[in-house]
Ligand binder design. Structure first.
Ligand SMILES: Cc1ncc(COP(=O)(O)O)c(C=O)c1O
Length: 381
């Protein structure tokens, strides 16, 4: 199988991740608890160590502000449902994944918040000025994806963050498509809430993710329960990160996530991104030279991560995706990619596009094979 669906989840994982999962599962898979036995303490230590690593990697204020979640969606819901109050106004964009837009639209439909969605330009970028123009005195939160999961276009979040901070609102960045490929400095980018999964470019297993909660953001816990520590209080202990982390955390997954982070740090973010974007450019060039294909997204590779979305005139995206899978053993992602608004603005709704997303283990030969397959299917030359 040639796997080109890394924007959904990365595959394969680095060898170090498989080894860490195996080692941890065999020897350390106790329920993390600060007041418990040796194995429980060792498991808790794994979580602590991971929080320190994330805090350094993303330049957070302190390790206890990194809350482990089940995935990106869990982190985003924790943020929205924890931070928003009745009557708040929220600004977001057309580029968002359903994990941002659905909870916000649900809150708006329930009459709890008002919502403004800012359009992207033709290349797939939302300007900081457009975000600022959409803000009102009631705006409590601006929630923006760092890179579109359809087009791969990177948004000017540092510029946006400064404008949002100046207007005294909170700034949430969905880093699902950038954590592990683009340097993120939450303090420099005035980011109050950073949500990301661990299973994409951070190369950890599924079931991992985190939410960074900066000191300006006051959250109610979205999930309450046991914390492995103080059991005496009738409600959730106020101490971070346990305040937001009710229930047994996925400590096995976090052990794998740390090994993924080791790989990313060793290889270097620039090198990972360059490799992934170069493979996408190889595909973009080949499709530009093949009749019957239309490629979307920013022309300049420095504005993109490793994702290409295209339309094939000869057949709907879902048919092409199925043929690539069944006849050529190539995994891509056809359809709407959980991001209907961006497809509406591109004119690709409801059929969607084919998305190819590269990872650190893809090669130029994988792209050659994909291009051959596309030409064979469509009869292009
Ligand atoms: C931009 C974006 N945000 C959020 C998510 C949700 O992440 P998860 O699938 O880990 O819940 C995704 C997943 O594809 C994504 O691409």
């Amino acid at each position: 199988m040639i796997y080109l669906d890394n924007a959904a989840t990365s595959f394969p994982k680095p060898e170090g991740v498989y080894a860490a999962l195996d080692q941890f599962a065999r020897h350390s898979l106790a329920n993390p608890g600060r007041a418990g036995h040796k194995m429980a303490l060792a498991a808790e230590h794994t979580l602590d160590d991971a929080r320190h690593r994330l805090n350094r990697f993303f330049n957070g204020r302190s390790p206890d502000r990194w809350v482990f979640t089940l995935n990106g969606t869990d982190a985003l819901n924790m943020a929205f449902k924890g931070v928003l109050n009745d009557g708040d106004h929220v600004v977001t964009t057309d580029l968002e994944h359903n994990s941002v837009s659905r909870p916000l639209v649900a809150l708006a439909e329930a009459g709890r918040i008002t919502l403004t969605r800012v359009a992207a330009d033709a290349g797939g970028t939302v300007s900081a000025g457009a975000i600022e123009a959409a803000m009102t005195p009631q705006t409590r939160l601006v929630a923006v994806t760092h890179a579109s999961n359809v087009l791969g276009t990177v948004q000017p979040v540092a510029e946006m963050g400064k404008l949002v901070r100046a207007r005294d609102a909170l700034f949430l960045v969905d880093a699902a498509q950038t954590a592990g490929v683009i340097p993120i400095d939450v303090q420099a980018a005035c980011t109050d809430l950073l949500a990301f999964p661990g299973h994409k470019s951070l190369l950890g297993p599924t079931g991992t993710g985190a939410l960074y909660v900066g000191p300006r953001a006051q959250l109610r816990p979205w999930r309450e329960g046991g914390t492995g520590g103080d059991s005496s209080t009738p409600t959730q202990p106020k101490e971070f990160p346990y305040y937001l982390e009710g229930g047994t955390p996925n400590v096995l997954g976090v052990a794998g996530l740390v090994a993924g982070l080791d790989f990313v740090e060793e290889r270097g973010l620039d090198s990972v991104r360059r490799h992934e974007v170069e493979l996408c450019d190889q595909l973009r060039d080949a499709l530009a030279a093949t009749p019957g294909f239309e490629v979307f997204g920013h022309a300049n590779p420095t504005h993109r991560v490793g994702t290409v979305a295209f339309r094939c005139e000869a057949m709907p995206a879902t048919d092409l995706g199925a043929i690539l899978d069944q006849s050529f053993d190539i995994a891509v992602r056809p359809g709407l990619h959980c991001a209907p608004y961006v497809h509406k603005s591109l004119g690709s709704y409801p059929d969607g596009l084919v998305r190819v997303s590269t990872g650190p283990f893809n090669t130029a030969a994988d792209i050659d094979r994909l291009v051959e397959a596309l030409r064979e299917v469509t009869g292009g030359i």
